[in-house]
Design a protein around this ligand. Sequence first.
Ligand SMILES: [Zn+2]
Length: 345
Amino acid sequence: MTGFAGISGRGNPLVVDTADTLRPPMRLNLNKRLPRRRQFLTAAVALLAVSCSRIGSTSGIPVLVATTGHIHDALQRITDGVPVEMHLLCGPGVDPHSYGATSRDVIALEGAKGIIYNGFHLEAQLGELLEGPNMAPKAWAMAGAFPKERILDWVDDGEVDPGAPHDPHIWNHLEGWGTCVRALGEHLQGLFPENAELIAENTAAYAAEIAEADQWAAERIATLPEGRRVLISGHDAFNYFAKAYGMETHAVLGVGNDPEADIRTMQEVAAICAERKVPVIFLESITDPKITQSLEENCAALGWQTRVASQPLYSDDLGEDPPFDTFLGAFRTNVDLIVTSLGGK
Ligand SMILES: [Zn+2]
């Protein structure tokens, strides 16, 4: 499962923070600037410190670790009524593409009964950690259950990266994500056989809500005029969404939410925006607002006045407060914003 999900290869070695707090959203991958040897030393020293610490849940209640908010939400729904503790690595505003584990995360991972991650190289900096001998046996990837016929390529600059060939933003394909959620439910039944019946009920109810949201989104997006079905955002997180609902999508920062925009891509996206007369472009909760602002200015230079949407889209994270703090709440908010901004109903 882990091999198919393909988490390593693209990312750098493990980075461990000595701070016990989550890192703020990262714009730059500072790890790439360290010599490889020093990265390993940093990790080794931090792991040594962690190994001397108390490991695992103090209450004796099993711990489940989720890398993203989407997975955390699924775990909460599926294990409702089951005694478990949750630990989320990438909270609101945190970019999973560039996130490195803190020492607190490593403690939670070491003591966890199960680790659920996205895969397809979304968590590029966590690859070696999750595939290590202590973690791999209990790590399970949502991507491993995503329908193969729905998988999209990870394309940047017109080429597929052989080290990370699949687009990881699978939660934006609700039909496929529903399949992943059902498989997660089966996996959790195996971890908690004494609660299997409750987990099966919770999973079925949640999967039904996902299917309902999928149908609702299709109906909303169908109200968009034909020429308005163009979704332009900060990074390429909406390819599955666009494919599912008959839209096209373009972004400046690539599939991996690159730390900086390259001028050629910026100009290409601006040219599409001007040519297609796209009225609104979208900021994302995890991308730098300056990127969207720069795109708006590049459009203006081509004689087309677009505007940035009033609210950001939730791409790779969830929000702090309801309704943005659940997967379907954030998804429905995204759909509402896209449809109303582009002239649908
Ligand atoms: Zn992303």
